[in-house]
Ligand binder design. Structure first.
Ligand code: ACO
Length: 192
């Protein structure tokens, strides 16, 4: 078994694995966009014949509330039936997590999982330390609810978050003031 970073050339094989394992399938454009934009955070497992038997497709996005903070997103994870319970999913998830921390310094990692998906839920909660962030009613196309789960990497206090927001505001004002004085001095020079 070989575990390595996923590359754009692997996309068709990854999609095949996804189609066999999950009802949530993505358009090739999405796979390609993720692989090209965040090539360092997605991984796959292949057998000796080069067949993809498991993968994790991840991306990086801004936090909903504080968009200047980066968060990791697990978009899709799956392992072929005959390769399950060998620790593959856990290894893929840990590799993706490490890459997200090293290359993007993410605040937390998030994902959605079906309420009925016991296997994935226990992997995330018991083995990987994810916690339920909220329940999203009717999240999936067939109406099933999802758990939105998060693995928090940095405990940000409310004071810290507010501090960052105030800092962003003050910095923005300072830049606006600096631009204004620059424009004024240009005008004065023109008048002279
Ligand atoms: N029942 C209960 N717990 C399970 C099960 C199961 N069937 N499978 C895995 N686990 C939990 C166990 O705690 C397990 O540890 P243990 O073996 O020491 O008991 C732990 O997860 C680690 O298991 P792995 O061997 O790493 O997991 P595996 O490689 O078998 O893959 C996966 C798990 C990805 C959920 C697999 O069952 C699968 O592909 N399922 C279909 C697709 C799917 O549901 N993907 C996740 C959707 S959510 C998303 O993509 C963000």
């Amino acid at each position: 078994m070989n575990i390595r970073r996923a590359e754009p050339k692997d996309l068709t094989n990854i999609q095949q694995c996804n189609l066999q394992n999950l009802p949530e399938n993505y358009h090739m454009r999405f796979w390609a966009y993720s692989a090209i934009t965040w090539p360092e955070v997605s991984f796959l497992a292949e057998d000796s014949g080069g067949r993809v038997v498991g993968y994790v497709l991840s991306s990086i996005e801004p936090d909903e509330e504080f968009p200047w903070l980066q968060v990791g997103h697990i978009n899709s994870l799956s392992v072929l039936r005959t390769y399950r319970r060998l620790g593959l999913a856990k290894r893929l998830m840990l590799l993706s997590r490490k890459a997200m921390i090293e290359s993007h310094d993410v605040e937390y990692i998030q994902l959605h999982v079906r309420k009925s998906n016991r296997a994935a839920f226990s992997l995330y909660s018991e083995k990987l330390g994810f916690q339920i962030h909220r329940k999203e009613i009717g999240y999936y196309g067939d109406g099933e609810d999802a758990y939105s789960m998060r693995f928090i990497l940095k405990q940000r206090s409310l004071v810290h978050r507010l501090g960052r927001r105030v800092h962003g505001f003050v910095y923005g004002r300072q830049r606006a003031f600096a631009n204004w004085t620059l424009r004024c001095s240009k005008r004065v020079n023109q008048i002279k």
